[in-house]
Each structure stands twice: as C-alpha cells, then as structure tokens.
Ligand binder design. Structure first.
Ligand SMILES: N[C@@H](CCC(=O)N[C@@H](CS)C(=O)NCC(=O)O)C(=O)O
Length: 269
C-alpha cells in the first residue's frame, strides 16, 4: 500500500505524483494544507521531521525527499522503468536529479517574491511579523523577509534566475543531441524539472525558455502532452491559484525579463 502525504500546488510533491502516474501505480493521498500549517502537526512531523511535503509511506517504510522517493519508487516497482538499465545512463539521470535541490531553492525564491509576497502584503503588520517569526531557520527567515520587502529586485531573485539560466543552457545543449534529458527515453531526470518549469509558466515567466531555448521549449511541450502531466500537476492546481499566479506574474513581466537577461549575460562572461 502506498500513501503519499502531499499538497496541491507543492512542486516537489508534484514530482512524486508524476512518477506515480508514469508508473501507473495506485496510491492513497493525504492532502496537507501548507498555508494553514498542517506540515507542523506533531503526528506528521514524526514521519517527516523537516515539516515539509512530500512523504511516502510504503507499507511500513517511510521515505522523505522527493528525489529520493522517486528513485525508491523506481526501484521498488521496476515496471515501466524511469531510469536506463545501464550504469552510464543511470549516471546521467543522477547528474540531473542532483541539481533539483538548487532549482527547488530558486523556485521557492521566485514564488516567495511574487505570490507569497502579494499574500503577505494583504495582511496586517502584526500578521506579517507573526508569519516571519514562525520560520525556524534564521537563513530562511532572512530570505523571506527580504523577498516580501523588495520582491523581484532582490539579489535572491537574480541568484535564482542565474540558476534557471544555467539549467536552460545545459538542457538546451543536451536536448540538441537526444530526445530526453538522460537518454532517448523519458526518465526521472525529465520528471525532476517539469513541475518547476510549470510554476514559471503559471507565473507568466515561460519567456525564459520560449525566447531563447527552442529545444527546451519543445521538451516542455512534449512533457506537458504526456497524460501524467494532467494527472499529476494540471488537475491539482485550483483555478483560483492559476488566476492568482497570473495576476501577480503579469505585471512583473518586464522585471523578470530584465533579471533573466542579466543572469544570462553573467553566465556568458
Ligand atoms: N528537498 C525537499 C523539499 C521539500 C519542500 O520544501 N517542500 C515544500 C513544498 S514544495 C514544503 O512542504 N513547504 C512547507 C513549508 O516550507 O512550510 C524535497 O524535495 O522533498
């Protein structure tokens, strides 16, 4: 029996839902509301001491960390394999998936500078302070405060856009030569980035690849065409959140383009 603790728009939970969908596995979901703090419930924190989703429970085995969960699923359920069978191919998958944490951090930056910032600004000063005081890690607290204060102009955003620029440059170079990131077959490497790019898309920031990286654009379209995309990502994002991402993203188009151009320039130097 597979149980996934997840959240509707969580990008890392979506990565695991993609793997479950691609492998056509049956699973039970426990949906957490991250905005009201379900992740801090002591019973949940016994499963995942980091107070984040996703967490997978497979019979009596508890697995945390989305990248590790995906690899676990592919090993525990070898049918519809999502990794090549040869060591060289698997090394390619790992080279991509080990970058997911950096991209996760960057997506968290952009979501905080846009949607979370808008939500925080609608709150009273006291409620905003209470939210920031509730972040246990001082580095995350500092980042949250700066992004809520200055949004897209923060250096955290430039750092995030630099991570995206580096990723798209590398993806483009590989996708010129083969159909998918790790080989000619779809794999955990592709799954690892799809929900992150989709977050940028709903924030109206897909110009980052559409205007400069044709192979990444084609990869993203082919990935979205797979039935797993709708099952694992599209159908989980509530309409009001799609609308909210668009409303905050639209007016930020120019500053996003400007930051991305600076990031690309930086990498060419
Ligand atoms: N490295 C972890 C990251 C987990 C993570 O940050 N999850 C986010 C959602 S994508 C979360 O639960 N956030 C809740 C919070 O920060 O309070 C993984 O890949 O599983």
């Amino acid at each position: 029996m597979l149980t996934l603790y997840h959240a509707d728009t969580s990008v890392c939970a979506a990565k695991v839902r993609l793997t479950l969908a691609e492998k056509q596995l049956e699973w039970d979901g426990r949906l957490l509301n991250l905005e009201t703090g379900d992740q801090f419930d002591p019973a949940y924190m016994k499963l995942n001491q980091n107070a984040v989703v996703p967490t997978l429970v497979h019979d009596d085995v508890v697995v945390i960390e989305s990248t590790v969960i995906n690899e676990y699923l592919d090993e525990a359920f070898p049918q519809r394999a999502l990794r090549p069978s040869d060591p060289a191919g698997r090394a390619q998958v790992r080279l991509w998936t080990r970058r997911e944490d950096a991209i996760h951090y960057a997506i968290n930056t952009v979501t905080t500078a846009t949607l979370f910032r808008a939500w925080e600004q609608a709150k009273s000063e006291e409620a905003r302070e209470a939210r920031v005081a509730g972040i246990p890690d001082p580095l995350r607290r500092k980042k949250w405060r700066e992004l809520v204060d200055i949004g897209m102009d923060s250096d955290y955003v430039l750092e995030a856009f630099t991570a995206f620029a580096r990723l798209f440059l590398d993806m483009e170079a590989v996708l010129e030569k083969r159909r998918w990131l790790a080989s000619d077959n779809y794999s955990l490497a592709d799954i690892g980035f799809l929900s992150y790019l989709n977050r940028l898309r709903v924030l109206q920031m897909d110009h980052m690849w559409k205007e400069s990286f044709p192979h990444v654009t084609d990869w993203f379209e082919r990935s979205m065409d797979r039935p797993a995309f709708e099952a694992a990502i599209g159908s989980w994002i509530p309409a009001y959140k799609i609308q909210a991402y668009k409303e905050v993203g639209d007016p930020l188009g120019d500053s996003a383009r400007r930051q991305f151009a600076i990031a690309l320039e930086r990498l060419k130097l």
